[in-house]
Design a protein around this ligand. Structure first.
Ligand code: SF4
Length: 406
C-alpha cells in the first residue's frame, strides 16, 4: 500500500494542524531511547502532538519478545538489540500507531563532550533499527498491512545543530513542518532533555549527602542506559534497594564544580588529567559516549568515599563492554572500593542466582564499609571538601559502629 493511501486511511489524513493533534506516534523503548526519551517527548509536544499520543512500548519482557518479536531476528546480536523486535511488534500489532519512530542514533548527548575524542553510539545501536525492520518485511510488509509509517531518522545528538535538518528531512512532509518550526521543536526537546538530566543529578547529589549525613553506604550501578529497563537489567538495582541501599546510576552522577574540585583537583595539579572529565589517563579510545561515561563513573566511584561498591551490569554478547572489563575493575578496586559484575545478562531473569549474590555483596558491604570510607577520605584533600558536605560530615564517623542495616 503506498504511503498516500496510508495517509488517507489514518489520522495522518486531512490538514496538517489537525493531523498533529490526532496522530499517534509509537516509539520503541529500547537502547538509547532510554537516555533521550525526554527529547522526543519535548520535540513532539512542541509540534502539537498531545502527550497521550506519544506512545512508548512497554518494558522489555520475555513475553513481549515471544509474542511480537520471535522469528523476526535475522542476525546474531546482543539481547538489547534483539529485544527491539518485540517492542516494534507490540507497537504495530497492539497500539494502533500511525507513525513508528525508530531513530538511528549516531551520536549521543554527553556531559563528557569536549573532553573525549567523540560521543558515538554503539554501532549496533546505529544499525539496529534497519536490521530489525527487515524482520517485519521479509514475508509480508507488516507496516503497510497495519497502516503504519516507519520513520527512522539518522540523528546526531552530539552535534545538535544537525538535528533540525535530520528531523525535518524525515518528518517534514509527513507532519507538514517548516524548517524553522522543526528547529524550534528541537530546541525545546533539548531543553527538556537537559532539564531532566539536571534534575536527576540533583537527586543523585541528595543521595550522596544523605549517605554522608547518616554515615551509610551507597552503591553505584555501572551499565548502559537501557540496563534501567527491568527486562534488560533484570532489576538487579531493585534487589539492592530491597536491602536498604540507595542506588546511583553512572549516567546521572552529580557533576557540580565543588565535587569535581574535591575529587580531581590533585590529579589536575599534578598534570595527570586536564579536567575533572578527562579520562585519557585510563581510557585512550574515548569514542563511544556510553563507554566513556562508564569509565568516568568508575573514576568517580573510586574517589567518592561513601560509594562503597560498584555493581557492573553487562549484556550477553556485548562487544563494546568486553575491552572495558579489566580497566574498569582495576580503577575501582585500586581504590579499595568493592567491585562486582553481573555479566552476560540476556532475556532470562536469573532471579535465584541474583538473590544469592546480592546477599553475599550485602555482607561484604556491611563488613568493609567503614574501612573503605576511611581509606578513601584519607586520600582526598579535606580542605576542598564541598561546604555542604562539611556541614554533614562527622569527622570521627568511622568510630561509630555500623550496627544496623543501611
Ligand atoms: S553496547 Fe553492547 S549491549 Fe549495547 S547495543 Fe552495543 S553491543 Fe549491544
Amino acid at each position: 500500500m503506498p504511503i498516500l493511501k496510508i495517509l488517507k486511511r489514518t489520522a495522518l489524513g486531512g490538514d496538517y494542524t489537525g493531523r498533529r493533534k490526532n496522530i499517534k506516534i509509537g516509539i520503541p523503548k529500547v537502547l538509547n531511547i532510554w537516555s533521550t526519551h525526554r527529547f522526543w517527548i519535548g520535540f513532539f509536544k512542541a509540534l502539537g502532538v498531545p502527550d497521550r499520543n506519544i506512545i512508548f512500548s512497554s518494558n522489555t519482557s520475555e513475553e513481549q519478545f515471544r509474542e511480537f518479536g520471535k522469528g523476526r531476528i535475522g542476525m546474531d546480536s546482543c539481547y538489547p538489540v534483539k529485544s527491539m523486535a518485540g517492542h516494534i511488534g507490540e507497537l504495530i500489532f497492539t497500539k494502533k500507531v500511525d507513525i513508528l519512530l525508530v531513530p538511528q542514533i549516531y551520536s549521543l548527548p554527553s556531559f563528557l563532550k569536549g573532553h573525549v575524542l567523540d560521543c558515538l553510539s554503539c554501532t549496533r545501536v546505529m544499525m539496529g533499527p534497519e536490521n530489525i525492520k527487515a524482520g517485519f518485511i521479509k514475508e509480508q510488509d507488516e507496516f503497510l498491512k497495519h497502516g503504519v509509517i516507519y520513520v527512522s531518522p539518522f540523528v546526531s545528538f552530539a552535534e545538535p545543530h544537525l538535528l533540525p535538518k535530520q528531523l525535518h528531512k524525515s518528518l517534514g512532509s509527513l507532519l507538514g513542518l517548516s524548517y524553522e518550526e522543526t528547529k524550534e521543536a528541537v530546541k525545546i526537546g533539548m531543553e527538556e532533555l537537559n532539564s531532566f538530566d539536571r534534575e536527576m543529578r540533583i537527586q543523585a547529589r541528595k543521595i550522596l549527602e544523605e549517605c554522608i549525613e547518616k554515615n551509610s553506604p551507597c552503591l553505584l550501578i555501572l551499565g548502559r542506559p537501557y540496563h534501567m529497563d527491568p527486562g534488560i537489567g533484570h532489576e538487579i538495582d531493585v534487589e539492592f534497594q530491597r536491602c536498604g541501599y540507595p542506588i546511583l546510576w553512572s549516567q546521572y552522577l552529580p557533576t557540580d564544580s565543588d565535587i569535581m574540585n574535591w575529587l580531581f583537583s590533585q590529579e589536575i595539579s599534578e598534570g595527570i588529567i586536564k579536567s575533572p572529565f578527562d579520562i585519557s589517563d585510563v581510557w585512550i579510545s574515548s569514542y563511544s559516549a556510553n563507554t566513556n561515561e562508564i569509565v568516568w563513573a568508575a573514576k568517580f566511584a573510586a574517589r567518592f568515599p561513601w560509594i562503597t561498591a560498584v555493581i557492573r551490569l553487562s549484556s550477553y554478547e556485548c562487544g563494546m563492554d568486553q575491552p572495558t572489563y579489566t580497566p574498569v575493575q582495576r580503577i575501582v578496586e585500586y581504590s579499595g572500593t568493592l567491585y562486582f559484575k553481573f555479566g552476560d545478562l540476556d532475556e532470562t531473569k536469573p532471579t535465584g542466582s541474583v538473590r544469592i549474590r546480592v546477599e553475599t555483596i550485602d555482607y561484604y558491604v556491611k563488613k568493609y564499609f567503614q574501612q573503605i570510607v576511611k581509606r578513601k577520605l584519607e586520600r582526598l584533600p579535606m580542605s576542598l571538601m564541598p561546604e555542604s558536605f562539611k556541614s554533614l560530615y562527622k569527622r570521627k564517623f568511622y568510630e561509630i559502629p555500623f550496627a544496623s542495616s543501611p
